[in-house]
Design a binder for this molecule. Structure first.
Ligand SMILES: [Zn+2]
Ligand SMILES: [Zn+2]
Length: 499
């Protein structure tokens, strides 16, 4: 999260004003996108002869406006001390914006712990997929739902069995986060399922009782992964979406929806395989820097099964009372794909992307040209309307038992709780630069955690008094406050230099 400092100033109407002093435009990531977005779009479209998908262009555009006061802001006033605060609009996108990603992580994790996950033991089940399946799911995200159903079905049957119940005698519950990236900001679609580690059975009076399930053994876990794979392979043959070639599996048919397929597919395929999609080094591996000692290959881990590129990991379990650790786990699985600190430029003008943890061979950084880096960012952008958080079993939105098992104080419907889920799950089509934007739409463009308490007196409640979206008014206020009234300039499309 960015540090913010507050400085009292006066607005043109004399009101004392605080404004966020963090400057997204000064981060390396912002500057890279600012300078190279136009070149990246032009070059991708020239290489493929097709238009880059609208949702990727929108994401880039929204990121460049995120947190920039010159693109408009809310004016908030403290009910106690009368000070004003300016709050720039956030992009709230899910692809690569580090600041929106960090805030979404904090909100989603708090929401899951406070209002969704019952006070029972929880086990994390992580399913990773072989590279060809990652490519398939990137191109056809609707198939993720079927993968999820297969995993849920297999794990729930296991839990019922481990609790000594028949299939119709109890119900499980889970929250799944569909994570779209790995530690190198590579596209790596995998599933983190937080599964209640047992099942609910309804008593004679209708109230649900939780029955703990015994932990799976390594052999059981292996068998569970085997049945997940069998269910998925049935899908494959039924739908004919994959073909085998040279020992690898590839997509057999073009994108069903067609939109942007020619530009998206190579970007996504390159991003999963750590390769470069277009440009002078197309098809080559991304360069790496080794700064750490190679690690010994770890011995086989407990509760981690590997079969043919699939892996299923189930070693992490959180006790019912350990809500703090549960929240840490929720934060970990909802973390953003990038943080500002991990993106730096070297003296040669190349991007050095720091890995979250060094690879086993000692690699600490990936080195890319700015355009190669832009390719990777583009592949991280999820399609609009793709829900990345799913609820299953007793936690499904329409489940009969839901209200009886979620943490008690949230049993009454709360607007805010649903709001957070909507924030985390849904893409928000935003009309940029449209003259008339509704209040509801404007409010969707800020995070509510910014609006609670006054930075001046620390206790007053902030209320929105105006939304400043018209250029002349923006310019007048920012100029008066001694801030730059102009949005940061954009780089123009350039020829790609051969290196
Ligand atoms: Zn943002
Ligand atoms: Zn105040």
């Amino acid at each position: 999260m960015r540090a913010t400092a507050q400085q009292p100033q006066r607005a043109p109407d004399g009101a004392p004003v605080h404004y966020e002093r963090h400057r997204p435009e000064q981060t390396t990531l912002y500057r890279l996108v600012q300078q190279h977005a136009a070149s990246f779009i032009a070059h991708t479209e020239a290489s493929t002869g097709a238009e880059l998908s609208r949702f990727i262009k929108d994401e880039i555009e929204a990121f460049l406006e995120c947190g920039i006061l010159a693109h408009g802001f809310l004016r908030l006033r403290c009910g106690e001390c009368g000070h004003d605060k300016l709050l720039a609009f956030s992009c709230k996108r899910r692809g690569f914006c580090p600041s929106c990603g960090a805030r979404r992580m904090a909100q989603t994790a708090a929401h899951l712990v406070d209002r969704v996950i019952p006070h029972v033991p929880v086990r994390q089940w992580v399913l990773s997929l072989p590279i060809p399946l990652r490519v398939l799911l990137a191109a056809r995200p609707e198939l993720v739902t079927q993968v999820l159903q297969a995993v849920q079905r297999v794990v729930t049957l296991h839990l019922l069995d481990a609790a000594g119940l028949k299939a119709d005698e109890g119900q499980g519950g889970a929250v799944t986060l569909i994570q779209r990236f790995g530690s190198a900001a590579n596209l790596n679609i995998h599933l983190h399922c937080l599964v209640l580690d047992g099942v609910y059975r309804r008593g004679a009076d209708g109230s649900p009782a939780f029955i703990d399930a015994a932990s799976p053994t390594d052999d059981e876990l292996h068998a569970l992964l085997q049945s997940v794979i069998e269910r998925l392979m049935k899908l494959r043959t039924r739908r004919g979406v994959l073909v085998e070639d040279m020992g690898q599996t590839y997509l057999a048919e073009p994108d069903a929806d067609g939109e942007g397929a020619c530009t998206l597919r190579p970007l996504q395929a390159a991003a999963v395989a750590y390769r470069i999609a277009f440009g002078p080094r197309a098809g080559q591996k991304v360069l790496t820097l080794r700064g750490a000692m190679p690690r010994e290959d770890r011995a086989r881990q407990p509760l981690c099964a590997d079969i043919d590129g699939f892996s299923l990991h189930a070693a992490v379990r959180v006790e019912a009372h350990d809500r703090k650790r549960l929240e840490q786990l929720c934060r970990y699985i909802t973390r953003p794909s990038l943080s500002d600190e991990r993106v730096q430029l070297n003296a040669a003008g190349q991007v050095e992307l720091k890995l979250k943890t060094p690879w086993r061979d000692g690699t600490t950084h990936l080195v890319m040209s700015p355009l190669e880096f832009m390719q990777r960012l583009a592949a991280l952008v999820p399609r609009p309307r793709l829900h990345l958080i799913r609820f299953h079993g007793v936690l499904a939105p329409n489940a009969k038992l839901r209200a009886l098992v979620v943490p008690q104080w949230s049993a009454q419907p709360q607007e805010a709780s649903e709001g957070v889920v909507a924030t985390a799950c849904e893409a928000e089509p935003i009309l940029f630069r449209s003259g008339r934007i509704s209040w509801a739409r404007l409010l969707k463009r800020v995070f509510d955690i910014d609006m609670h308490t006054c930075p001046n007196c620390g206790g007053g409640e902030l209320k929105i008094i105006a939304a400043i979206v018209e250029r002349p008014v923006i310019e007048k206020i920012l100029t008066h406050l001694g801030l730059d009234p102009q949005p940061p300039p954009r780089g123009r499309a350039r020829e790609v230099v051969q290196d």
